[in-house]
Design a protein around this ligand. Structure first.
Ligand SMILES: [Ca+2]
Length: 276
């Protein structure tokens, strides 16, 4: 009986124990919206000198310690300058990292304002090299190009702010753990050209993975992804194009491009060196 009581006490004690090492210090990131951001009183800190802007929409990701004494918040705001809704005011994006320590209020650790040519996309936490790093991918959509090529800006890690731009024709790139190993990849869609003309609706996909301080293209490490791309995208598109040749201006070119994409994806799926 005594042993049982002791074991139970030990078990309960183990459940309540939360070691304050780096790995377990932070709770899972929580997504919050504009209402919650304003309730926390962080909007002003996030906007800084742009405080006269009116916040149109916002998304935030909060990392908080288990002791609730420190917290870090990534905020992506979409703002309208001026307060008269009848005026066609410029809309801009503000990307900000705000931190709270103990009893001190929120202060901005990083802030970047983007012109009206950028549209705020989504923001999500991202797992890179290990779980101790608090990282967020903030996706902005650049609309300023004549060819409508969009650009995504990725912000990673509150203490080491870095940006990466990827040219993608279809809007924000995707952040996803495509092979289920706990580390996120960035999937970027790339336009495919026939001569100087991009073929609409058909894209190559590149996979970037974080390592040694940067994102590097690592397509060859994801053969299964390319197998799926061939079967669920390219072959289906090829069937669709062949069944409705009259709907495609430049039908032969589209078929050629799709066959080329299939060959490129097959090389990766078979573990061969990707075609340049
Ligand atoms: Ca992964």
């Amino acid at each position: 009986m005594t042993v049982w009581v002791l074991l139970t006490a030990l078990f309960i004690g183990t459940l309540g124990y939360q070691p304050h090492n780096e790995v377990q210090e932070f709770m899972a990131p929580k997504k919050i919206d504009l209402v919650e951001l304003e309730k926390l009183g962080v909007t002003q800190a996030a906007m800084g000198e742009n405080h006269r802007c009116e916040v149109v929409s916002a998304s935030g990701i909060l990392f908080q310690s288990v002791t609730r004494e420190s917290a870090i918040l990534f905020v992506l705001l979409r703002c309208r300058e001026g307060r008269d809704p009848s005026e066609e005011d410029e809309i801009s994006c503000i990307l900000s990292v705000v931190k709270r320590n103990g009893q001190e209020g929120w202060r901005s650790a990083y802030r970047e304002a983007y012109s009206e040519e950028y549209l705020a996309g989504s923001m999500q936490s991202i797992e890179v090299a290990n779980r101790r790093v608090q990282c967020v991918a903030a996706v902005l959509w650049y609309t300023g190009s004549t060819y409508a090529a969009t650009k995504n800006v990725i912000l990673v890690n509150a203490d080491r702010v870095q940006e990466w731009s990827f040219d993608t024709p279809r809007g924000p790139c995707r952040v996803d753990d495509i092979d289920g190993d706990g580390v996120d990849e960035i999937i970027v869609q790339v336009s495919v050209y026939e001569g100087n003309v991009p073929i609409p609706g058909i894209y190559w996909e590149d996979i970037y993975r974080y390592g040694d301080g940067t994102f590097k293209k690592r397509n060859e490490e994801y053969p299964q992804f390319y197998r799926t791309l061939i079967e669920s995208v390219y072959r289906q598109k090829l069937t669709e194009v062949n069944e409705n040749p009259q709907s495609y201006f430049g039908w032969q070119e589209t078929v050629d491009v799709l066959n080329k994409l299939i060959r490129s994806a097959e090389r990766i799926a078979e573990g061969k060196k990707p075609l340049q």
